[in-house]
Write a protein that binds this ligand. Structure first.
Ligand SMILES: Cc1cc2nc3c(=O)[nH]c(=O)nc-3n(C[C@H](O)[C@H](O)[C@H](O)COP(=O)(O)OP(=O)(O)OC[C@H]3O[C@@H](n4cnc5c(N)ncnc54)[C@H](O)[C@@H]3O)c2cc1C
Length: 407
């Protein structure tokens, strides 16, 4: 995918990080004929620690850029999510979801960006900004042999995920602490179990957080757990770096008794709640998880990363056209993003706080299991059609708990 490496490069837009956020911005810009260079410290395809789950909001964005059918072809279809409360009560929500290993999803997005004309440099670790008159004008990086590379750009899009160090050197970091930790591994199950349903388990030891088991097809499952750190006094004792989590969480332990582990358990940090970094600085826009866009409570971040890529590209186009890379133009990026994402970010933050209490989780999942109207509301939230604050606020909860089953 890469082109011949030169020590000094020049581009209109430098995108640092080839995850969903960076690739989406690069694709949109390249499709508009803009000169874009994407640099990533990894060669692609590369692994990314993730649950590999795509909810409907991600699919909608992928469809909007013409990638819906290609992703659907490669992905595994999911027809429902089974939620398991701390007391074991189960509630199933139907919907059209997908799973696709990030190795494949991110490679597909990068390939599309390159098809549109973006240039990819893999194995380049960006180390610091190039600054001219107080404005970021590109970046310095190191290739895999340790040679320095100098990339001059009119605008830099920082899409480096939860990597706080790089945000600090670019001067956009506000909080170095991450908000959650996630671990996942891949397992092959020998016995036949339903491969059209994702399982989400609210074990009382990981609240607020959950364990999951997401089918990828052909007996392979992504199994993991995510633990949110806000207000948490101690971590669960699931072995060093949580690597033994799946032996402690039911029903995962039961399902995995006869399973073969086919990839090691790996951990990654998450940055959530649209906080912890500045969205822009002169010559810089910050995208995706770098900007804390992964949703609290559900840990879903692919859709918001894609969305930030699209909005960043539209703001970048305006800045390039006006040749103005100050906050006068770039500030629109945060305004537009907040309009799109603030409601869900705040709603899921509230949900995360309430799910510290196992009694609340039992009550809500129990209510949804018994009452189709509550299930309908929950389904609309999961599908991104309804604001989570419609449930996870005082008024919302009163409404939900007063909903009676229709006779
Ligand atoms: C355990 C776990 C499970 C998750 N499950 C899901 C899920 O099922 N569904 C979902 O929607 N979300 C999930 N998420 C969240 C999702 O993974 C992130 O929100 C998403 O990857 C953010 O995309 P991004 O493009 O912002 O960053 P990333 O995907 O992290 O991409 C950042 C890129 O930047 C590169 N980079 C970093 N530093 C540098 C540097 N200095 N120089 C060059 N390149 C650099 C990295 O190599 C990487 O390729 C999960 C997260 C975790 C940790």
């Amino acid at each position: 995918m890469g082109k011949e490496l030169k020590r000094d490069l020049q581009t209109d837009v430098l995108v640092v990080g080839a995850g969903p956020a960076g690739c989406m911005a690069a694709m949109d810009l390249a499709r508009q004929g803009i000169n874009v260079l994407v640099a990533d410290r990894s060669q692609f395809p590369r692994e990314k620690v993730c649950g590999d789950g795509l909810l409907e909001d991600s699919l909608q964005i992928l469809e909007s850029v013409g990638l819906g059918s290609e992703v659907q072809q490669k992905a595994h279809p999911i027809r429902s999510i089974l939620f398991v409360a701390p007391n074991g009560t189960e509630c199933e929500l139907e919907g059209n979801f997908l799973t696709l290993p990030r190795k494949d999803l991110d490679a597909l997005l990068l390939e599309e960006a390159c098809k549109a004309g973006a240039q990819f440099l893999g194995g380049i670790t960006v180390s610091e900004p190039l600054v001219q008159n107080g404005v970021c004008a590109g970046a310095l990086g190191l290739d895999e042999e340790g040679h320095e590379i100098n990339i001059t750009a009119r605008l830099v899009l920082l899409a480096t995920g939860a990597n706080a160090r790089i945000m600090r050197v670019f001067g956009v970091l506000q909080n170095r602490n991450h908000s959650a930790i996630g671990v996942r591994g891949y397992f092959r199950l020998t016995e036949t179990i339903d491969e059209s349903s994702m399982v989400v388990v609210y074990d009382k030891r990981i609240l607020p957080g959950y364990g999951w088991m997401f089918p990828l097809g052909q007996g392979i499952f992504n199994v993991g757990c995510g633990i949110f750190l806000e207000g948490r006094k101690r971590m669960p004792r699931f072995g060093q770096n949580l690597t033994g989590f799946y032996k402690h969480i039911q029903p995962l332990a039961r399902y995995l008794q006869m399973a073969e582990q086919i990839a090691p358990i790996r951990a990654a940090a998450m940055r959530t709640g649209f906080q912890g970094a500045r969205a822009c600085a002169p010559g810089i826009l910050v995208l995706g998880e770098a900007l804390g866009l992964t949703f609290p409570f559900i840990g879903e971040g692919i859709s918001s990363a894609l969305e930030s890529g699209r909005i960043a590209a539209s703001v970048a186009l305006e800045a390039l056209e006006k040749n103005d890379f100050t906050s006068r133009i770039l500030a629109r990026y945060e305004v537009d993003l907040r309009k799109r994402l603030d409601g869900r970010q705040q709603g899921y933050q509230a949900a995360q706080r309430l799910f510290r209490f196992k009694s609340f989780a039992n009550l809500l999942i129990g209510k949804a299991a018994r009452n189709p109207d509550v299930r309908k509301v929950a389904r609309q939230i999961v599908l991104g059609e309804r604001d989570p604050l419609d449930v996870f606020s005082l008024r919302g909860m009163l409404r939900v708990f007063l909903l009676r089953r229709k006779a």
